[in-house]
Ligand binder design. Structure first.
Ligand code: DOR
Ligand code: ZN
Ligand code: ZN
Length: 449
C-alpha cells in the first residue's frame, strides 16, 4: 500500500465552489486527492481538521517585506511568519525596499536572503529600470510584475512624460508581464504641498488635500490611455475611491487589459478613523469617505475589483510617533486581512466564494502563479484552516510582524485562522510557527509569450 506524506481528515473543504466534507491527501507538496473518507489512507502525518473550514491559502499580491536596510521595520522571517499567521501562503514583495529592487543583482540578493528566512512562498516585483534593456533581464530572472510609483519613481525614469512612459509600457507588454501602478499624480502633489504648507491647515488636512481622489483618478486614466496603445497588462494597486474605480470600470467595458485590487483598510475604514488613529492609520492612498467605501463594496459585488490585497507596509512605532506629516505612510495587514474579511462574510457583506476568488483564485490567474489558488488535484498544497466559530479581539501587540500597531486594534474578528499549510507542510498551528526559517520557497514566473 502507498504511504503519502500527509493527510488532512474531518474537514469542510472549499472544493469546486462548494463546501464538501472529507479529507485531503497530500504528497510531495501537492494535493493528490480530495476524498470523503480517509480511513484507508496511509500517511506519514495526519492532521485532524476537527470540522474546520479549509480554503486555498491567500495569495497576497501586494506586500512590503522590507529586510536589508529596513530590517528594523520587518524582515523576511518576521514578515512571512506574520503572513502565515494570517492564512497567507504566498506573497509578492514590492520593490521599494532599501536598496530598491531595480536591477538583476539586487533582485538576486533579495532572493538569496529571502530563501534563508522565509516560511512561506515569496515572489518579487521589480521597479521599472531606467535602462530599458534590463526589463527583459528582470523578466528572465522570474519577477511577477513591475511596479511603478507614479508620484515617486524608484529609478531615473521621467514619470511626467507620456512619451517616456509609452516606451517603457511597450517594452513591458512585449514580455507579457504585469505592470502594477501606485496611481497618483506627481505634479498635483508637489503643487498642492507647496501651496498648502503656506495656509494655516492642520497636518491631517494638508495630507488629505495633497493625496486626493482626483490625483488617483488622473493617474489611472493616464495609464489607461497609454495601455490603449501599448496593450500592457495594467494592475491598479489599492484603488481607494469611486472616481478611480469608475475609470477602471469604464476601461474594462472597453475590454482594456486592466485589473485592480482593494485593501481591507480602504474597504473598512474612513477618514474619521484616520482622525482617530492619527499617523497609525496614515496610508497612501489615504482612507477616504463613506461614499467611497460604498463604491468599493459595489465594485466587489459587480466584479470590477479583481483582488483583495493587504498592502502590508510595516513601519517602526517610533517612526509613526513622529509628527503626522513626518510619519511614513503604511499599516501592517497580514494578520488582519483574512479574519476581517471572513467576519464580513459572516455579516453577509460578501459571499465566501467571492472572498476565495478575490484572495486566492484571481491573484493566481492574474499573476501567473501556476497550480495555485485552488483546492484541486494536482494543485500545490497551500491551505488555510479556519475556525468560523472562534471570536477574538485584534491585539497588535500579539502580531508576529515587527509593526505592532493597527487601525483595526480592538476590532472583534468572528473567525480565526487556526493553521496554515504551505507546500504540504504545516507552517503555523494555533499561532505557533512550526518550521525553521528558510522552509519556504522562492517563486519565479515561468516563460511567457
Ligand atoms: O501606505 C503606503 N505605504 N503606501 C505606499 O505606497 C508605500 C507603502 C510603504 O512602503 O510604506
Ligand atoms: Zn502603493
Ligand atoms: Zn504598497
Amino acid at each position: 500500500m502507498v504511504t503519502f506524506d500527509c493527510c488532512i481528515e474531518d474537514a469542510k473543504i472549499y472544493f469546486g465552489g462548494k463546501l464538501v466534507e472529507g479529507g485531503i491527501v497530500i504528497d510531495n507538496g501537492k494535493i493528490v486527492k480530495i476524498i470523503k473518507d480517509v480511513a484507508l489512507i496511509q500517511a506519514d502525518h495526519k492532521i485532524n481538521a476537527k470540522k474546520n473550514l479549509i480554503l486555498p491559502g491567500c495569495i497576497d499580491v501586494h506586500a512590503h517585506l522590507r529586510d536589508f536596510k529596513l530590517s528594523y521595520k520587518e524582515d523576511f522571517y518576521t514578515g512571512t511568519c506574520s503572513a502565515a499567521k494570517g492564512g497567507i501562503t504566498t506573497v509578492l514583495d514590492m520593490p521599494n525596499s532599501q536598496p530598491p529592487t531595480i536591477n538583476v543583482n539586487i533582485l538576486k540578493e533579495r532572493k538569496k536572503a529571502a530563501k534563508k528566512k522565509t516560511v512561506i512562498n515569496i515572489g518579487f516585483y521589480a521597479a521599472i529600470p531606467s535602462n530599458i534593456d534590463e526589463i527583459s533581464l528582470l523578466v528572465r530572472e522570474g519577477i511577477f510584475g513591475f511596479k511603478l510609483y507614479l508620484h515617486h519613481p524608484l529609478t531615473e525614469i521621467n514619470v511626467e512624460s507620456d512619451e517616456e512612459l509609452t516606451k517603457y509600457f511597450s517594452e513591458i507588454a512585449k514580455w507579457n508581464t504585469i505592470l502594477a501602478i501606485h496611481p497618483d499624480d506627481k505634479k498635483t502633489i508637489e503643487k498642492k504641498l507647496s501651496l498648502l504648507k503656506r495656509e494655516k491647515l492642520s497636518p491631517l488636512d494638508i495630507f488629505l488635500k495633497t493625496y486626493t481622489p482626483e490625483g488617483e483618478k488622473k493617474a489611472v486614466e493616464r495609464c489607461l490611455r497609454i495601455i490603449e496603445k501599448t496593450r500592457t497588462l495594467l494592475h491598479a494597486c489599492h484603488v481607494s475611491n469611486s472616481a478611480a474605480l469608475h475609470a477602471i470600470q469604464n476601461a474594462k467595458e472597453r475590454s482594456l487589459n486592466v485589473t485592480c485590487e482593494v485593501t481591507p483598510h480602504h474597504l473598512l475604514l474612513k477618514t474619521s478613523d484616520l482622525k482617530h488613529w492619527g499617523a497609525f492609520a496614515k496610508t497612501l492612498p489615504p482612507l477616504r469617505t463613506q461614499q467611497d467605501i460604498e463604491a468599493l463594496w459595489e465594485g466587489l459585488k459587480k466584479g470590477i475589483i479583481d483582488v483583495i490585497a493587504t498592502d502590508h507596509a510595516p513601519h517602526a512605532v517610533e517612526e509613526k510617533e513622529k509628527g503626522f506629516l513626518e510619519a511614513p505612510p503604511g499599516v501592517p495587514g497580514f494578520e488582519t486581512m483574512l479574519p476581517l474579511m471572513l467576519t464580513m462574510v459572516k455579516y453577509e457583506k460578501m459571499r465566501l466564494d467571492a472572498l476565495v476568488a478575490l484572495t486566492s483564485h484571481n491573484p493566481a490567474k492574474i499573476f501567473g502563479l501556476r497550480n495555485k489558488g485552488e483546492i484541486a488535484e494536482g494543485f500545490d498544497a497551500d491551505l488555510v484552516l479556519i475556525d468560523m466559530k472562534k471570536e477574538y479581539l485584534i491585539k497588535p501587540e500579539l502580531f508576529s510582524s515587527k509593526a505592532k500597531y493597527s487601525p483595526f486594534s480592538g476590532w472583534k474578528a468572528k473567525a480565526k485562522v487556526v493553521a496554515t499549510i504551505v507546500n504540504g507542510i504545516a507552517v503555523m498551528e494555533d499561532d505557533e510557527i512550526l518550521v525553521p526559517a528558510g522552509s519556504g520557497k522562492i517563486l519565479e514566473r515561468g516563460a511567457f509569450s
